[in-house]
Write a protein that binds this ligand. Sequence first.
Ligand code: NAI
Length: 778
Amino acid sequence: MTIKEIFETMDYGPAPESAADALAWLVDQGDRFGHFIDGAFTAPADGFDSRNPATGEVLATLSQASQADVDTAVTAARKAQPKWEALGGPGRAKYLYALARLLQKHSRLFAVLESLDNGKPIREARDIDIPLAQRHFYYHAGMAQLMDTELPDVQALGVCGQIIPWNFPLLMLSWKIAPALAMGNTVVLKPAEYTSLTALLFADICQQAGLPKGVINIVTGDGAVGEMIVAAEVDKIAFTGSTSVGRRIREATAGSGKGLTLELGGKSPYIVFDDADIDSAIEGLVDAIWFNQGQVCCAGSRLLVQEGIAEAFHAKLRARMDKLRIGNPLDKCIDVGAIVDPVQLDTISALVAANTAGDMYQPQIQMPEGGCFYPPTLIEGLTTSNTLMQEEIFGPVLVSSTFRTPGEAVEIANNTRYGLAATLWSENINLALDIAPKLVAGVVWINGTNMFDAAAGFGGVRESGFGREGGWEGLGAYTKPKGKTKPLALVNPFKGDGAPADPLDRTAKMYVGGKQARPDSGYSQAIYGKSGALLGHVGIANRKDVRNAVEAAAGAKSWAKTTGHLRAQILYYIGENLSARATEFAQRIDAMTGGKGGKAEVETSIQRLFTAAAWADKYDGQVHNVPMRGVALAMKEPTGIIGALCADDSPLLGLVSVMAPAIAMGNRVILAASHPFPLAATDFYQVLDTSDLPAGVVNILTGNHTEVAKPLAAHLNVDAMWSFSSSNVSTTIEAASAGNLKRTWINNGQSLDWSQDHSKRFLQAATEVKNIWVPYGE
Ligand code: NAI
């Protein structure tokens, strides 16, 4: 384009960034890469080409890791871990800080290499991906510095296997590596096969920073290498990618004792109310769905516009789309770059081609020749049942629908299996702050979108996965409580002495929906004391009883909306009523267990109730300072319906320790009582009945844990599943939980000392952090 033409059309002229330095770095490395293991690059081996999606050119050849490579990397990480942890927080902080500085120093090289490898516009790589990656290392250098004083009760997990996607290659690496290292873990990371180059450049700067060898290991390859990492002797898997692979990883790690965090897909709503600043909302949409060609897990891909402004809004949107510039990602004038790979381009094209609903709009803009490009696309007039309103397209395709009332907006927004992010636009702060808590999502942006920062946790609910990355809330994914656990032996029920059965029927019922309930099976189990004397019978719950209990819990939804003050009062009341019957409960416990610890167990149970009551109105969220015009309100929300198999060895304390913090946070629970000693639980619901607890908040089942574990863990309306059972059910639970990707906390055959107060861990497990970004300040 000549200068004269630019003056005549007022079009942007090309402003290409030079690829020379990035290409030279590739040449320096010989254009062929091995893996980065134990502080050095291995010799290149058989592998695959990494291409520039904008041109199809081969940038480098990468090695496909073998089982031996993965094993060597894990061994190196294992060997390096104790020393790395022993460096102490401040010792590790220095390295994280050095990595941040080196990322800053080489930021242009990283940005250009990222753009070449991924196809994203250089403007985005330069202004968003790379600065945010640096920010994560700075922020977590700080977390390392503070760990010893601020988190004195936790320690590193050990070796973390990390598998990342191709949409934000260096940024996802930083999100994973920075907190892991800060907390004293070592890492084996696999970048996505389409985009491994900045991870290898990062390995280069790890050498420059003098990072101890083995602390970071990077192996390249496809999903098969990912599977090897998942199966390896690591202590934790952190995964970002598709929901289907996330689900497979959940199943593969079930019962292995490995920690797991999953950051998966989304179909995030972008809600525009009729009083919104329309021009800002339109500009926001450019960031929501055309940022990174829509290949963003939290992309605002589902536009919901209030009916009164829908026509005008869509007209403006189409006009804005006409002005989007698509083309060479290295051109600084480009808004929309290339799709990462022909495979992804085919996926997008096929999904759109299969759609016959609504009206499609694609601007008549000049498309580049060759390369993986897809035009910005809008499909209007869809309804929630249309496939494209439900399926993640992961491309520059926006689907839209309308709503009439705020209530309807919330209903449509939440009509999805995902729960990653949501955006809402309104000039009415009352409306915005009324809607934000109602959206089922891990992140909500008000009058802005796709904002990220290391200080604010990111992650989803429902099938968008679990765990948070960033902020204080993200550190839990890379730490565990200090101390060693002990194996838990199976606690068997006592056998009867063969004396004739009691002519009176003393079958304690179960407790469902605030009422006593007979077991569906019609079967019961006799409970004997240590001497063999019959103490009573309890019902044996089956899957039908589980379903009834979940239904009852679902009906008690309004518990989540009660105030902490009210929940505290009810918990105090439960404690008071238990205290009034302390002697009777102590005798019951001693009769069942044949021990003498009943009195102390009841006392401690009362304390647990009081502690949960104390926390009910004090386990507050945080306000994160983010370096933008705004703050992120990190709100603690109840997890939802929690199924829990209670400890067998502490019949009352095991149940109360689980129940009290869970309901204190607004959850509803289905508790499977101690299998061998269930009578304290069946007595306990009489206490609940007299304590103003609404029906359905606590439901108590009796019988075999092995019988209820699977139906509870597989139930799609159960949001979390905990098990402290002495039965071997950990694998069953985690495998069955993959259906709706519920959060799990299982003991894996290890005991928890119930005489100790673990309330903080329970409070954490009973809540989800939702980060609500609100405009604030200048
Ligand atoms: P993917 O989930 O297959 O790949 C992500 C990472 O997982 C890559 O490093 C890959 O090598 C690895 N992987 C693949 N199979 C694995 C397995 N069985 N075990 C362990 N690791 C495995 O994502 P893909 O195929 O690249 O993209 C497909 C769709 O996934 C996209 O169209 C999009 O809808 C979604 N996606 C979502 C992302 C997000 O951030 N939520 C990121 C990337 C893709």
